[in-house]
Write a protein that binds this ligand. Structure first.
Ligand code: SF4
Ligand code: SF4
Length: 354
C-alpha cells in the first residue's frame, strides 16, 4: 500500500469511527484501488464536484484526464459494490456519501456474494476479526433512545392481538410493504457459526429497491416472504427489526452470528437491542415440565423448577418458546405501553437518505 493510499484509507476508517483499526484499513485496501480510496475519502460530493476537487495528481496516478463522466462512472460502480451511498438532488444531479456506520457498511458489503468470489475466505476472516475484536465493543447502548433495533414477536403468539401495533407484527410489515426483497444474511456469511439458512433477510420499500438495484436482493411477493418467516420461526430464528414506525428491514437472527445477538450471547454485552413489548408467561397448571422451552430460549430466560419459570429480566419477548410448547402453556403478554416504540431510524435509513 502506498503512503497516499494509506492516508485516504485512514480518513475513511476515521469517518467510520475506527481511525486506528489496521484490520479495517486492511479490508479497504483489498476492496478499493488507490484512486477509488481518494475519491471516497473526499465525499460527500457529486461527480462534478469531485472531479473539480481532484483535478490534480493523486498519489502518482495521472488524473489530469479526470472528467466528471469518468468519475460518475466510477462512483456508480462503487455504489454497486456497496461502498458508497447516493441520493438524487433536486436539480437532478446525484450526490454520493461515504457510509459512517461501520456495522451498516459491513452488511452492505457482505450482502454481496461477489466479494466471496473476489477475495475468498480470508476476506470473511478479516471481517470476523473486525467485528469480534473491535466493532462489537460499540454495541452497548445504555441510553434506550439510542438502540437501533428491537425484537418482534413470532406471529400469532401475542395473547391479545388487539394490543399489537401494525409495525410489531411481522405479517403486517410484509402485507403493508410496497416492495419486498430477500437477501443472504451478512452475519451468518461472516461468522459461519451455525447451519441456519442463509437466505433469510427481508427488506422493504426503499431498502428493497436498493437491494434489487444492486443485484444483492431477490424480489419476492408477500406469500413468499411469509413462507420465509415461517421457516425461520421453525428454525428458532429471532425476528428483529428497526426501532422505527416504518421498519425497512426485518432480520431473522441466530444467537451465534447476528451482530446484535452475538454481542449479547457470546460477548456478554448489555442493552444491545430492545425487547419487544411482550414477555412470556407460563401457565403453571398446564406445563408438563418437558423442558423444550428451556432448550428453545436463546437468552436463558427459561428454567425448570417443577414447572417452567420465566426470568422476566432476561426475556426479550420473541415468542419462540411459545411456538414449541406442546402443552400450549406459554403466551406473550403486553408489558410495555405502545409508546415504548418506535423512537428512531436505524442506520439503514442512510441507504434511503444517501
Ligand atoms: S422466554 Fe426466551 S424464547 Fe420465550 S419469549 Fe422470552 S426470550 Fe423468547
Ligand atoms: S415447553 Fe411448555 S410444557 Fe414444556 S416445560 Fe416449557 S412451558 Fe412447560
Amino acid at each position: 500500500m502506498t503512503h497516499t493510499k494509506r492516508q485516504s484509507l485512514q480518513r475513511i476508517a476515521a469517518h467510520l469511527g475506527f481511525p486506528d483499526s489496521e484490520t479495517l484499513i486492511g479490508l479497504w485496501d483489498v476492496m478499493v484501488s488507490e484512486r477509488e480510496a481518494a475519491w471516497i475519502a473526499e465525499l460527500p460530493a457529486t461527480a462534478r464536484e469531485l472531479a473539480e476537487r481532484l483535478g490534480e495528481d493523486l498519489g502518482g496516478e495521472d488524473t489530469s484526464g479526470e472528467d466528471a463522466g469518468d468519475v460518475a462512472e466510477g462512483l456508480a460502480d462503487l455504489y454497486g459494490r456497496g461502498l458508497v451511498l447516493r441520493s438524487e438532488q433536486p436539480d437532478g444531479d446525484t450526490r454520493y456519501v461515504a457510509e459512517s456506520n461501520a456495522g451498516v457498511l459491513m452488511d452492505l458489503i457482505l450482502f454481496d456474494r461477489r466479494y466471496l468470489a473476489w477475495h475468498g475466505q480470508a476476506f470473511l476472516d478479516r471481517w470476523r476479526r473486525f467485528y469480534n475484536e473491535e466493532l462489537v465493543h460499540t454495541y452497548e447502548h445504555p441510553d434506550p433512545d439510542s438502540r437501533p433495533f428491537r425484537v418482534v414477536p413470532v406471529r400469532e403468539q401475542v395473547h391479545d392481538p388487539r394490543t399489537a401495533l401494525p409495525y410489531e407484527q411481522v405479517a403486517a410489515l410484509v402485507r403493508d410493504a410496497r416492495r419486498i426483497s430477500l437477501e443472504h444474511c451478512p452475519c451468518r456469511t461472516r461468522e459461519q457459526a451455525c447451519e441456519s439458512p442463509l437466505e433469510t433477510c427481508l427488506a422493504f420499500d426503499q431498502v428493497a429497491d436498493y437491494m434489487i438495484e444492486r443485484g444483492v436482493g431477490r424480489e419476492i411477493d408477500a406469500a413468499e416472504a411469509l413462507a420465509v418467516l415461517g421457516r425461520c420461526e421453525e428454525q428458532g430464528l429471532v425476528h428483529i427489526t428497526e426501532n422505527a414506525d416504518r421498519p425497512l428491514v426485518l432480520c431473522n437472527c441466530c444467537p451465534c452470528c447476528c451482530v446484535f445477538l452475538r454481542a449479547m450471547t457470546v460477548h456478554a454485552k448489555r442493552d444491545v437491542i430492545d425487547a419487544s413489548r411482550y414477555r412470556a408467561v407460563v401457565d403453571q397448571a398446564r406445563c408438563i415440565a418437558c423442558g423444550l422451552c428451556v432448550e428453545r430460549c436463546h437468552f436463558r430466560a427459561m428454567a425448570l423448577d417443577g414447572a417452567a419459570q420465566v426470568a422476566e429480566e432476561r426475556c426479550l419477548g420473541c415468542g419462540l418458546c411459545a411456538t414449541t410448547c406442546p402443552a400450549e402453556a406459554i403466551r406473550l403478554v403486553e408489558t410495555q405501553a405502545p409508546g415504548f416504540i418506535p423512537r428512531q431510524d436505524s442506520g439503514f435509513g442512510s441507504i434511503v437518505q444517501g
